[in-house]
Design a protein around this ligand. Structure first.
Ligand SMILES: Cc1cc2nc3c(=O)[nH]c(=O)nc-3n(C[C@H](O)[C@H](O)[C@H](O)COP(=O)(O)OP(=O)(O)OC[C@H]3O[C@@H](n4cnc5c(N)ncnc54)[C@H](O)[C@@H]3O)c2cc1C
Length: 476
């Protein structure tokens, strides 16, 4: 039997970063991965494929050039699925290669097969050809991730009624598409396909989308979507889905409305991959969504077993999974690691247009009774926005009225997921509005929107708050 200081189950961002962190500490690490290629959902079916598809769609559709050349402009007149997937295959292959190399360079032993617990410290690995082996572990990191939720009421056929994993295997670009679930994944794919002239209907039982996002940003996004022909059916529940056999699928809503489309993607939720782990042999249990409970150190109910990434639930992002995996391993081997506060997690939603956010929303501040002011900049007001032909998008900065501290930044539009890190850095260092008012930004950049928003907030602030700012400026 093989033995290791750490056994990691799963090679997604949580497992991969955890394994490499342990290897850097000089530990003997075994990583067990069921999929033939390492990288998890991030590289193989989720983050990287969807973002690559987005880039391919925006390029081939000529989306970013239409402000100058008209709404009829297309980089390529007719699009086919092979055009999109060609780029995707290259990117995924590169991602797999990078991870394989990183694990090898760091001396992590990778075993291909499905892991399950035989006891709190023993794991069984079974591969598809029937081979079995056992591994003895001092510590275990469970990083098995999540998979799409597939309710039995949805007649998935992998062709016309699919989940988000199966989207990457469709054999042609549909002319019409219904997306059920206006969460991050549903919204991203709905807007990507809409950018390629697919007529999209987006359905969600909730009356509003993305309840963790600043609702002004959400309303602005909804406006853009309606404006370009996406049919939003919010507050509508699905009664049934049926493939009609003529290449069409009908989605019947409880309101009596029917939506016909060539493709239906069900993207309402994900569940933790714990079903085959035989957690009971380790004295652990998962909840009804397959998630494992952990404490602030990512420790499960067993002191030597840690869990990280999607398998522990919210926020279920590649970005946070990496850090959780690294922190879990630091705690396992007695290294201090400051728990990253979820208030400092940035969120990136790669819809078209994209969203970036950090910190409090207006709704949060109102609920907490924190006095604040808002500064807004339209991206088209910046010179870079004009040069790039941006028609949409804005940056909104929330500033505390008592101390002028930046409390939240919310961005909709081109570059939002990158730009948000400027706000994140300022907030991490306790930055105030003054920083943005005083700072010179490269010109022309979209980053200038921070300054425009800061000046906007400053101009709206009561004189007493502005006076203290001016005093400070004089003293510098
Ligand atoms: C369409 C889509 C788009 C996304 N976009 C973004 C984005 O833009 N930004 C972002 O930050 N996040 C995004 N995410 C979320 C991100 O992909 C996940 O949060 C991330 O992959 C979770 O990482 P993980 O390490 O927890 O698990 P995973 O990446 O799911 O990896 C888990 C691994 O464990 C393996 N495994 C499972 N069970 C076993 C077992 N018993 N034995 C051995 N191996 C096992 C699996 O094969 C898999 O390789 C997206 C997700 C999807 C689906």
């Amino acid at each position: 039997m093989r033995s290791a200081d750490l056994v990691v189950i799963g090679s997604g961002p949580a497992g991969q970063r955890g394994a490499i962190q342990a290897a850097k500490l000089g530990k003997r690490v075994v990583l067990i991965e069921a999929h033939p290629s390492p990288g998890g959902v991030t590289v193989n079916t989720g983050t990287v494929p969807s973002k690559t598809l987005r880039e391919a769609a925006l390029y081939l559709s000529g989306w970013r050039q239409r402000a100058f050349y008209g709404n009829g402009y297309r980089q390529q007149q007719s699009l086919c699925i092979e055009d999109l997937f060609r780029r995707l295959n290259t990117t995924v292959a590169h991602g797999v290669d990078v991870i394989t190399d990183q694990l090898r360079r760091n001396g992590v032993t990778v075993i291909q097969g499905k892991a399950s617990f035989l006891g709190p410290h023993q794991l069984l690995v079974e591969n598809e050809s029937g081979g079995q082996s056992e591994v003895q572990a001092e510590h275990v990191l469970i990083a098995t991730g999540s998979r799409p939720y597939r309710p039995t009421s949805v007649p998935f056929d992998g062709r016309t009624i699919i989940d988000s994993d199966e989207l990457l295997r469709i054999d042609r670009l549909p002319r019409t598409m219904t997306v059920i679930g206006a969460g991050v994944i549903g919204l991203e794919y709905a807007t990507i396909f809409s950018a390629m002239d697919v007529r999209v209907t987006l359905i969600d039982g909730r009356k509003t989308m993305l309840d963790f996002v600043d609702q002004e940003i959400v309303r602005e996004l909804e406006h853009h979507l309606r404006d370009r022909g996406v049919a939003l059916r919010l507050g509508e529940n699905v009664a049934s889905i049926e493939a009609l056999g003529d290449g069409k699928v009908v989605t019947r809503l409880q309101s009596g409305r029917e939506v016909r489309s060539e493709l239906v993607m069900f993207a309402a939720g994900r569940v933790g991959c714990t079903g085959s782990l035989r957690l009971e042999n380790a004295g652990l249990a998962a909840d009804d969504r397959g998630r494992i409970a952990v404490d602030g150190q990512m420790r499960t109910a067993q002191r030597h077993i840690f869990a990280a990434g999607d398998v522990v639930g919210f926020p279920a992002l590649a970005s946070t999974a990496m850090e959780q995996g690294r922190q879990a391993v630091c705690h396992a081997f007695g290294l201090s690691a400051a728990a990253v506060s979820s208030e400092r997690f940035p969120f990136g939603i790669y819809a078209v247009p994209e969203i970036g956010m950090i910190g409090a929303t207006e709704e949060d501040l109102r609920k907490q009774g924190v006095p604040y002011e808002v500064g807004v900049a339209r991206l088209r007001e910046t010179a870079r926005g004009q040069i790039s032909g941006l028609r949409e998008g804005y940056l909104k900065m929330l500033v505390g009225l008592n101390d002028r501290k930046v409390l939240g930044v919310h961005i909709l539009g081109e570059g939002a997921t990158e730009l948000i890190h400027i706000g994140q850095t300022a907030m991490a260092f306790g930055g105030t509005l003054d920083y943005f008012v005083e700072t010179v930004f490269n010109y022309p950049t979209l980053a200038e929107a921070y300054k425009v928003a800061a000046l906007d907030a400053w101009n709206r602030m009561p004189l007493r708050v502005r006076a203290s700012s001016t005093e400070r400026l004089k003293a510098v």
